[in-house]
Design a protein around this ligand. Structure first.
Ligand code: ADP
Ligand code: MG
Length: 625
């Protein structure tokens, strides 16, 4: 190894291996990736030149030039963008710098067919050059600097960076084409690829004349797609543009292209992806909307432009009113930007509302992907929270399909004045919660809220359409006022008068300090016991969540243990307590049932050793030989 040789980051080496050895069907996308990078490089320099105009003085027309050399078997892609220094090359062309890389490499399986799919989601970027080339050299000069550098690699584990020469700023990429990829040296083929993938790029992509008598040819329309009239843009062009700005590979679920005119003028071209990006919940993941000012790219890292709960959006916003020399710092608290932001939110929510009401099946797909993100807006956005709540969908005990709140309310039983819900981490576990039993028996629907964000919005929003939200794990259930739907439930035998009372007194003594209260339950039908929170206390699940996030220091609130008076075991215990008074067996039963209630909640038992001893003793007592 010479001094100039570097090793690829492990993830890149894996990726290159897959890229070169799997028969990736769409080899032509290498050109899309390289042209896209060239266009990004021009955008970045154009922005930098706003404050340092000297950088582009000698060559102000940005362009991308493609040259075919049939004899040498090479294809060259050249741009006069920002260029790369030697250091830039080490960082950008030897690693994967994008966010989510670690997730990406964790998920690589080594099974090519699976990994190709993952790459499809993640994007191959620059490295796609190795699908068609067995050697790649990149010569680049960073704008404003004097020393050029040459990067070269055969895509097999290492790359080299050496000093080089390049007359003016920008980047030249030479691809030594593989034998099987010679089709990409045909002008007609290149023309077709650029038309398909790069027509929307705002600068000219020029094919250099390679044969006698030919002329240079601009292959694309070279105008920013969002500036063109809607009716002149095809669906395919929108999709291609989405792939370019969104670094995405699916078809957009929603395309929203609109122009705001009046006191503040801007154009937005926004997309909602069809598939969730795999790092949607990565806390580092930022908004990926690109902000332009009068067609000049400013930044793709502007938190002021969209709220976090719309972070699944891709696309561009182009403002006519911001000053061109706007610095990233000036974007904070900028009144123009704030108006754009609120206009954007209104537009997007308006569009989602339309979909929710006119095409609910399709909307449900969107909701499955991004609902948990959008719901953050219910409590984060004081202005639009209610609108979001209205188009939110929730799992429900009524069936498999999710419901919106208006529909839930329309199905409420006579006399039902609250919207009932239960929160938890796991939908499956929620469905079998004992606290739901009584509600099921009375035919009352309960919302099953399994996203972490649900507990948060519920702590801020207390009602919908005048109906309060009520947790089925908190307070006394007012189930007595509803008649049972199951006829056989009518004549159930309960313990004799006074038996339940004496059992409750006994349990209270046995569980002193471990529960807040013991009482008879109306919400249980099948299970013997369950835990609920007192009316004024925090919801059980929310408390757990806050504890997990270390937001809730002062210990746990004590819960109320509810006993099911219709359960055979409770009936037996009640009869025994009336007849024989306190006994060790009853005390053990109280402790065992409390542990059982904790287990059902998914909590650990207090003292596992004592628990299992009691359990064994109890079983020994109940088995006759
Ligand atoms: P991405 O474009 O998603 O960042 P790529 O693999 O396509 O990922 O490119 C990696 C990085 O290499 C780019 O982010 C950029 O910094 C640098 N790069 C690639 N091509 C060029 C170019 N033509 N000019 C300047 N920088 C480039
Ligand atoms: Mg790229």
């Amino acid at each position: 190894m010479t001094d100039h040789t570097h090793e690829f980051q492990a993830e890149v080496a894996k990726l290159l291996d897959i890229v070169t050895h799997s028969l990736y069907s769409e080899k032509e996308i290498f050109l899309r990736e390289l042209v896209s990078n060239a266009s990004d490089a021009c955008d970045r320099l154009r922005y930098e030149a706003l404050t340092k105009p000297d950088l582009i003085k000698d060559d102000p027309e940005f362009k991308i030039i493609i040259t075919i050399d049939e004899k040498a078997g090479t294809l060259t892609i050249e741009d006069n963008g920002i260029g790369m220094s030697e250091q830039d090359m080490v960082e950008n062309l030897g690693t994967i710098a994008r966010s989510g890389t670690s997730r990406f490499s964790e998920e690589l399986t080594g099974d090519a067919s699976k990994d190709v799919k993952l790459i499809g989601q993640f994007g191959v970027g620059f490295y796609s050059a190795f699908m068609v080339a067995d050697k790649v050299t990149v010569t680049s000069l960073r704008a404003g600097e004097t020393d050029a550098a040459v990067w070269s690699s055969e895509g097999r584990g290492t790359f080299k960076i050496e000093p080089g020469t390049r007359k003016s700023r920008g980047t030249t990429i030479v691809l030594h084409m593989r034998k099987e990829a010679k089709e990409f040296l045909e002008p007609a083929r290149l023309r077709q690829i650029v038309k398909t993938y790069a027509d929307h790029i705002a600068l000219p992509v020029i094919l250099k004349a390679s044969r006698e008598g030919e002329e240079d040819e601009t292959l694309n329309s070279a105008s920013a797609l969002w500036t063109r009239p809607k009716n002149e843009i095809t669906k395919e062009q929108y999709t291609e543009f989405y792939h370019h700005v969104g670094q995405a590979f699916d078809t957009p679920w929603l395309t929203l292209h609109s122009r705001a005119e009046g006191r503040i003028e801007y154009t937005m071209l926004l997309f909602v992806p069809e598939q969730p990006p795999f790092d949607l919940f990565n806390p580092e993941r930022k908004s990926q909307l690109k902000l332009y000012v009068k067609r000049v790219f400013i930044t793709d890292d502007c938190e002021e432009l969209i709220p976090a709960y719309l972070r699944f959006l891709r696309g561009v916003v182009d403002s006519e009113d911001l000053p061109l020399n706007v610095s990233r710092e000036m974007l904070q608290h900028n009144p123009v930007l704030q108006k754009i932001r609120s206009g954007l939110i209104k537009k997007v929510l308006g569009e989602l509302e339309k979909k929710a009401s006119k095409d609910s099946e399709n909307y449900a797909k969107f909701w499955d992907n991004f609902g948990a993100v959008l719901k953050e807006g219910i409590y984060e956005d004081a202005v639009n929270g209610e609108r979001i709540l209205k188009i939110s969908l929730f799992n429900n005990t009524a069936g498999e399909a999710k419901t919106n709140l208006a529909d839930y309310v329309s199905r409420m039983k006579d006399g039902q004045d609250a919207i009932y819900y239960i929160t938890g981490e796991d939908l499956g576990a929620l469905k079998s919660s004992p606290q739901l039993e009584g509600f099921a028996a009375k035919g009352i629907e309960v919302l099953l809220l399994a996203d972490a964000v649900d507990s948060f919005w519920l702590s801020r929003i207390h009602e919908f359409d005048g109906k309060p939200f009520k947790s089925v794990t908190r307070g006394a259930a007012e189930l007595d006022k509803f008649t049972d739907t199951e006829a056989e439930a009518e004549e159930e035998s309960k313990p004799e008068d006074g038996e339940m009372d004496s059992l409750i007194v006994l349990f209270k003594t046995a569980l002193e300090g471990k529960v807040k209260d013991v009482r008879s339950s109306v919400r249980l039908t099948g299970s013997p016991v369950c835990l609920v929170a007192d009316d004024g206390d925090m919801d059980i699940h929310l408390e757990k969540l806050l504890k997990a996030h270390k937001q809730f220091g002062a210990g746990e609130s004590l819960r109320i243990l509810e006993l099911n008076p219709k359960h055979a075991l409770i009936k037996k215990l009640a009869a025994s307590s009336k007849k024989n008074g306190a006994s060790d067996a009853l005390k053990d039963a109280a402790l065992l049932l409390l542990d059982q209630a904790h287990i059902v909640e998914g909590d650990p038992v207090d003292d596992p050793v004592a628990f299992s001893k009691r359990m064994a003793d109890f079983m020994a007592g109940s088995i006759s030989v």
